[in-house]
Design a protein around this ligand. Structure first.
Ligand SMILES: Cc1ncc(COP(=O)(O)O)c(C=O)c1O
Length: 461
C-alpha cells in the first residue's frame, strides 16, 4: 500500500467511523444475525491475489455492521459499557500508526514515559494515594484487562509468599460475587480450584468480613497459608462494594496480598463526591480499574497499580541475553515488560493521554456524574413502579430489579425488551433471584434514552 493509497482509504474509513457513530442510535442495538450468517458472506478461502480492498466500505456496511451488537449505542445498557470516544479512537489509530513495541524503555522511551506520566495523572484524577505514584515504591501500568491484572497480582502474591515454587498450602479468598476472572487467574497460575475459598456475602452482596476473618484463621490454624484476598468494588452482577478497609486489616494480620478489583466502578473516583469507591485502597497491595469500561477510553485499557514495584517485578523479571541493554542496567528506567505477562506491549497510553487532554478533569467528572444522575433517576422510577422492585441497592449507575411476580415474569420481560432491539439489557442471578441489570455508562446515553426504556418496561409490566 503506497502512502497515497493509505491516505485515501484512511480518509474514507475515518468518514465511515464518524458516520457510524452519528447513526448508531438509529440501528437495532443487538444484531439480528443468526449463527453462521456473517461467515456465509465471507469468501471460504483467502484470495490468491490481493483485491485492493475494493468495495471495502460496502462490505463493512452490508456484512460486518449488521453482525454487530452496537456497544456504542445510547440504548446499550448490557454487561458493563465499553466506552469508545473520539479522542480514544484516534489515539488507538495513532498507536497502530506509529507501530512501535514498548517492551523495554530502550525500545521506545516515549511509550514508557508517556505511560508513567499518564498513570500518575490518573492518581491525581481519581484521588488515589501517593503510594501508587511512580515516584514512590509503587506505581501503575496499563494492562489489557482486569483479568490480566488479577493474574499478575496472583503471581506477585505467590512469589512474595513462597517464591517460584508450587504451593499447595496457599489459600486465596473472595466472594461468589467476584468476577470469574479471579478463579480463572488462580487456575492459570496453577492453583487448584479449592485453593480459592468462597467467603460469604451479606444481603447487599458485599463480602462479610467476619466470614473472611474466620476462613483465614481456620486455614492458618490448619497449617495452611492465606496469601491472597480479592475484594471487589463494584461487582459485576450488582455493583456491590466490598468493605475494603476492614478486609485490608484482616488481610494484613495474615500478611496476605490484598488485590482490589474496581473494573467498572473505579472510574467514578474522578468525581470527588464518589470517592467512597477508594475507601481502603491505601492499604491494598494492588488495585485495578478499567478506563475501557467507563472512562471514555476504548478497549483495551486497564489501569493496574501496585504498592511495591519490586514485589511485582521480582515475580515477573527474566532477562535473556537478547534483551540486555545499558538503560535497563542503569536502573534509571522502567521496563514495563516486567510488570505484565506478555513481553511485547503496544502504545496504549496514547489513547488515555489523548482522552485526558481532550476532556480534562472537569470533562471526565461531568461525564461520570451524568451517568450517576441517570442511574439515580432510573432507580427512583423502579422504586415507585408498583410492578417492579430493586433486588440490590443502586450503586453508581447500575440498577438491578425484578418483577414482583417472580423469576419467570422477569425473564419474560427481559426477553421482550431485547427482542425489539430498541434497548439492550442483560440479566444476572442474585441469591437465586432472576434479575434485570441496567448498567448506564455508554458515551451517548441521555435522559431521553432512559425515558424510552422506562416507557417500554411500563408497557410490559
Ligand atoms: C468486577 C469485574 N472484574 C473483572 C472484569 C473483567 O474485565 P476484563 O474484561 O477487563 O478482564 C469485569 C468485567 O465486567 C468486572 O466487572
Amino acid at each position: 500500500m503506497t502512502g497515497e493509497q493509505f491516505r485515501s482509504l484512511g480518509y474514507e474509513l475515518i468518514d465511515f467511523i464518524a458516520d457510524y457513530h452519528d447513526t448508531v442510535a438509529d440501528r437495532p442495538v443487538q444484531s439480528l444475525c443468526e449463527p453462521g450468517d456473517v461467515a456465509a458472506q465471507l469468501a471460504a478461502g483467502p484470495p490468491e491475489h490481493g483485491d485492493g480492498l475494493t468495495s471495502l466500505i460496502d462490505d463493512l456496511s452490508t456484512v460486518i455492521v449488521p453482525g454487530l451488537t452496537h456497544w456504542q449505542s445510547p440504548t446499550f445498557h448490557a454487561y458493563y459499557p465499553a466506552n469508545a470516544s473520539g479522542p480514544s479512537i484516534l489515539g488507538e489509530l495513532l498507536s497502530a500508526g506509529l507501530g512501535v513495541n514498548g517492551m523495554n524503555w530502550a525500545t521506545s522511551p516515549a511509550v514508557t514515559e508517556v505511560e508513567t506520566r499518564v498513570m500518575d495523572w490518573l492518581v491525581d484524577l481519581c484521588g488515589l494515594d501517593d503510594g501508587f505514584r511512580s515516584t514512590s515504591d509503587g506505581g501503575g501500568v496499563i494492562l489489557d484487562s482486569a483479568s490480566s491484572a488479577l493474574l499478575t497480582a496472583v503471581v506477585a502474591a505467590r512469589f512474595r509468599a513462597v517464591g517460584h515454587r508450587p504451593a499447595a498450602e496457599l489459600c486465596a479468598y473472595t466472594t461468589a460475587q467476584a468476577h470469574s476472572s479471579v478463579l480463572k487467574g488462580m487456575r492459570v497460575a496453577g492453583f487448584a480450584d479449592d485453593q480459592l475459598r468462597i467467603v460469604d456475602h451479606d444481603p447487599v452482596f458485599a463480602m462479610q468480613p467476619e466470614a473472611l476473618a474466620a476462613a483465614m484463621s481456620a486455614d492458618a490454624d490448619a497449617g495452611l497459608v492465606p496469601f491472597f484476598v480479592t475484594a471487589t468494588v463494584g461487582t459485576t452482577s450488582s455493583c456491590a462494594i466490598d468493605p475494603v478497609p476492614v478486609i485490608a486489616e484482616i488481610s494484613k494480620k495474615h500478611d496476605a496480598w490484598l488485590h482490589v478489583d474496581a473494573a467498572f466502578a473505579g472510574s467514578a473516583a474522578v468525581a470527588p463526591e464518589l470517592r467512597f469507591v477508594n475507601a481502603g485502597l491505601d492499604q491494598a497491595d494492588s488495585y485495578c480499574f478499567n478506563p475501557h469500561k467507563w472512562l471514555l477510553t476504548n478497549f483495551d485499557c486497564t489501569a493496574f497499580y501496585v504498592r511495591s514495584q519490586q514485589a511485582l517485578t521480582s515475580s515477573m523479571r527474566i532477562v535473556p541475553e537478547f534483551l540486555k541493554n545499558a538503560a535497563s542496567e542503569s536502573g534509571q528506567v522502567i521496563d514495563y515488560r516486567d510488570w505484565q505477562v506478555p513481553l511485547g506491549r503496544r502504545f496504549r497510553a496514547l489513547k488515555l493521554w489523548m482522552v485526558i487532554r481532550w476532556y480534562g478533569a472537569e470533562g471526565l467528572r461531568t461525564y461520570i456524574r451524568h451517568h450517576v444522575e441517570l442511574g439515580r433517576g432510573f432507580d427512583a422510577w423502579i422504586v415507585e413502579h408498583p410492578s417492579f422492585e430493586l433486588v440490590a441497592p443502586t450503586n453508581l449507575s447500575v440498577v438491578c430489579f425484578a418483577h414482583v411476580d417472580g423469576n419467570e415474569r422477569t425473564k419474560h420481560i427481559l426477553e421482550q425488551i431485547n427482542e425489539d432491539r430498541a434497548h439492550h439489557l442483560t440479566h444476572t442471578a442474585l441469591d437465586g433471584r432472576y434479575t434485570i441489570r441496567v448498567a448506564i455508562g455508554s458515551v451517548r446515553t441521555e435522559q431521553v434514552h432512559i425515558e424510552a426504556l422506562q416507557a417500554d418496561l411500563a408497557a410490559l409490566a
